[in-house]
Design a protein around this ligand. Structure first.
Ligand code: PRP
Length: 212
């Protein structure tokens, strides 16, 4: 069997992805996780895992540095990476939303005509507002999006909501949901053919672990 390199999104999806993989015997040792190396092997040596920022997962997979990856649908939509997507893993459910301060949100959508919108999803946000004919100024940030309205950098944000805690803690409310997201398994197009049996085995294991 070929070894597969799998890119895993650091952060919210990392622990749950490793938990499901461990249920089917794909275990990354604590020592490997603690090593702070970007690339580590599972205990069986069948897979190597690349731990990268969520937005980088589709890029590594598209370019074949990783054969497969696990990342959110939101990240995949934003990247528009040309990858094969064999499985909706179902976990890591969250929503990509437009949010704003309570007082602005109460006044409704029309306010968006003058909005500055902070986001790490500039492509999705641009499409969303363009479809509604709303000219907005997009402010591209890579993190701490929720601080932008608090600090006066933007009027609204386009960001992920999982529990809602981050919005609540920053006095923000959801104005509209753009898309629902869950974790996806993605596969490099060449690997999907060249390592077909190994990829199929991984898909089967994940289906089993997730009762899909
Ligand atoms: C997202 C988002 C919020 C938080 C929302 O960040 O940017 O900060 O999660 O989650 P909550 O509704 O449960 O509070 P993410 O976990 O994707 O981290 P990142 O900004 O480092 O990519």
């Amino acid at each position: 069997m070929n070894q597969l390199t799998i890119a895993l999104a650091k952060g919210r999806l990392q622990d749950v992805a490793l938990e499901y993989l461990s249920r089917v015997g794909i275990v990354v040792s604590d020592a490997a996780l603690a090593s702070r190396k970007l690339l580590v092997e599972d205990d069986g040596g069948r897979y190597s895992f690349l731990f990268v920022k969520p937005a980088d997962v589709p890029v590594y997979v598209e370019y074949g540095v990783a054969d497969a990856g696990i990342c959110g649908r939101d990240v995949l939509m934003e990247s528009q990476a040309d990858v094969h997507e064999p499985l909706d893993l179902g976990f890591g459910a969250c929503r990509l939303v437009v949010a704003g301060k309570v007082e602005t949100a109460e006044r409704g959508y029309n306010l968006l005509t003058t909005a500055r919108v902070a986001t790490k999803y500039p492509r999705i946000a641009a499409d969303y507002f363009q479809q509604r004919g709303v000219p907005v100024e997009l402010i591209a940030l890579s993190g701490s999006i929720e601080l932008a309205p608090v600090l006066g950098l933007s009027d609204h944000i386009v960001d992920l909501v999982e529990t809602g805690r981050t919005l609540k803690d920053n006095g923000l409310v959801v104005i509209d949901t753009i898309a629902e997201s869950t974790a996806r398994l993605i596969v490099n197009r060449a690997s999907y053919h060249l390592k077909r049996a190994t990829v199929a085995a991984l898909v089967a294991l994940l289906r089993h672990a997730l009762h899909l």
